[in-house]
Structures are given as structure tokens and as C-alpha cells.
Design a protein around this ligand. Structure first.
Ligand code: AMP
Length: 306
């Protein structure tokens, strides 16, 4: 049975609705299990796909009330990026969230979240300037700002974030720990299409031809992980893979890095906690992907789309 889901636009009504959710639960709300009275939060920018809905599923495994947000956060877009063009499909998104079991969806306006005199920032330091932050120096400060505001407003027991945006996941986890924000972060695995392309709201910018090339990003990361698993150095192996991505039809590789996923420090060779991160352009569309080297080495190289 699809439960009624309320759409909420302002923080005052959000507080009341959350109070009602926390205060009472009806039979069938997970009574008799550890999820009672727990709230899990799934923040998104909308244009929802199956990856977002898996976040909701994970949220429901830990809580009996799931709250989602749909907010295209202007603070994390630089001038000239796709803020105005970012796909906005609110009615379809709400139908998907209601069907997935979400109880409340918060859809604030930018004016509501950031008043005219808004001047506070959340400074997350050097990590915000590396990898995805190198070309987008204000991006992670914008992510941390909105995440802090949303976590303060919703005060959930859990927040669910995707592994796909691994740097974002790591930075939010660090911020939550360092600012003592009382929430537990759950990591959801990356959902991909049959060819291996990580689902993303921005994939709809890709042409038919680019959709055929795009899965190569994941396939090349797999190949690289296997090479690293054989003990080869990252410097040589990554040079070859970058060239192969360009040969595949990618326009530019913004970065391809090997890090330790516990510290985010760069690595010269694979270790048990090694992770590959990549951002590459197909035309004007920027794609990101990431895989844990040990996970990739456990699975056979997939020769998809060849
Ligand atoms: P976004 O709407 O792009 O801001 O993403 C909202 C959340 O969904 C983030 O925590 C993302 O990491 C997560 N997410 C995006 N794409 C995927 C995917 N393909 N699989 C799993 N989670 C995803």
C-alpha cells in the first residue's frame, strides 16, 4: 500500500510534520523492530533515477520513516555551470518517492534556505580543493553548507549518501564527525545500467552516440584496477588508461586518481583500501565514477558493450 506523502516547502511546517512522525507511529510502521521512531533522510537534487530509489530502500531498512529532499542547491554550482539547466521533474520525483515509501518530501526554494543577507559558510579545508574540487573550488563548501542546513532542519537518525559521489561522501562524513552532528551516515552502493554506466541525473544530457561511449569509463576503471591488482604502479598504468579513454571518444580526462579510501591520501600502488576516482568529459557532459580496487579485483573484468 502506498502511504500518503506530504510535500513540504517551509521549515516551520517541516518541524511540525517531523514532530508528528517522531511522536506517534501507527500499527504496521515497523512495530516490533529496531526501526521504530527512527528517521532516515535522503537528500537529492531531484531528476530521480533508480540509484536515488535504492537510497530510499536502504533508508527503509534502518528506519520506519523516510524523509527526502529535492533541492537544486545554487551554492554548489559555479557561474557558467548547469544550475539553470539542471533537470527539474518535481511531480514525477514525488510520485516515485511516494511509491518507494517516503513519508515527507522537503522542497524548499533557494530564497527560503538562503535569505537575502545570508553570509555563513562552512569551510572544509584542503580536501575541498582536490579532485572534484580542483576545477570547482566552491563546490564542496556549497555541498557542506546545504548538508549542514538540511541535517539541522531534519535532525534525522540516519542520512543516506551514495558511494558514487565518493569525495562528497567522505567530506560530509568528516564534517559530521568534526562538527559533532548527531547523525549516522549510511553508504549506498552505485547503481549502474546494464552496460555499467553509473546512473546520474546528468546522463540525460548525453546523446545516443555518447551513451554508447559513456560505459567505457567504468570498464576502463575495472581494467586499471586489475592491472593495479597485479602489482603495477599507478603512474604507468593510469597513463595508458587515460589515453585509452581518449581513444574511446572521451573529450578530456579531468583527473584519474588512486587514493586510500580511509584517508583520501594518494597512492602509488594498490592496497586493500585503494580506490580509483575519475572525472572525464564526453563533449560538454562531465561524468564521474569510482571503484574500490579490491572489489573490482574480486569480479572478472566485464567486457560489456564490445
Ligand atoms: P544528486 O541528486 O545527484 O545530488 O544525488 C543524491 C544522492 O544520490 C547522492 O548521495 C548521490 O551519491 C546518490 N546517487 C547518485 N547517483 C547514484 C547512483 N547511480 N547509485 C547510487 N546512488 C546515487
Amino acid at each position: 500500500m502506498v502511504q500518503a506523502m506530504e510535500r513540504i516547502h517551509d521549515s516551520q511546517r517541516l518541524r511540525q510534520a517531523l514532530g508528528a512522525l517522531r511522536g506517534g507511529h501507527s500499527a504496521g510502521d515497523g512495530a516490533g523492530d529496531g526501526r521504530i521512531g527512527r528517521i532516515a533522510f535522503v537528500p537529492t537534487m531531484g531528476a530521480l533515477h533508480a540509484g536515488h530509489l535504492c537510497l530510499v530502500d536502504l533508508a527503509l531498512r534502518h528506519s520506519n520513516h523516510v524523509v527526502a529532499s529535492l533541492f537544486v542547491n545554487p551554492a554548489q554550482f559555479a557561474p557558467g555551470e548547469d544550475f539553470a539547466l539542471y533537470p527539474r521533474t518535481v511531480d514525477e520525483d514525488c510520485a516515485k518517492l511516494a511509491a518507494a515509501g517516503v513519508r515527507l518530501v522537503f522542497l524548499p526554494t533557494a530564497d527560503h534556505l538562503y535569505g537575502p543577507d545570508f553570509s555563513t559558510s562552512v569551510n572544509i579545508g584542503r580536501l575541498g580543493q582536490l579532485y572534484c574540487g580542483k576545477k570547482r573550488p566552491d563546490h564542496f563548501a556549497g555541498v557542506c553548507l546545504v548538508m549542514t542546513k538540511l541535517l539541522n532542519l531534519v535532525q534525522p537518525d540516519y542520512v543516506v549518501l551514495g558511494e558514487k559521489d565518493f569525495q562528497q561522501f567522505f567530506i560530509v562524513q568528516k564534517m559530521v564527525r568534526e562538527l559533532n552532528i548527531p547523525v549516522t551516515i549510511l553508504q549506498a552502493r552505485t547503481i549502474r545500467n546494464l552496460q555499467g554506466l553509473a546512473l546520474s541525473s546528468r546522463n540525460q544530457y548525453l546523446s545516443k552516440e555518447q551513451m554508447i561511449i559513456a560505459p567505457r569509463l567504468y570498464q576502463r576503471l575495472h581494467e586499471l584496477a586489475h592491472t593495479l591488482g597485479e602489482g603495477k604502479s599507478f603512474a604507468g598504468a593510469s597513463r595508458r588508461i587515460k589515453q585509452q579513454l581518449l581513444d574511446d571518444g572521451f573529450t578530456m580526462v579531468e583527473y584519474l586518481s588512486l587514493i586510500d579510501q580511509r584517508s583520501f591520501h594518494p597512492l602509488a600502488h594498490a592496497s586493500q583500501s585503494a580506490r580509483l576516482l575519475c572525472a572525464a568529459y564526453l563533449g560538454t557532459v562531465r561524468l564521474i565514477d569510482t571503484i574500490a580496487v579490491a572489489d573490482a579485483c574480486r569480479t572478472k573484468t566485464r567486457r560489456m558493450g564490445r
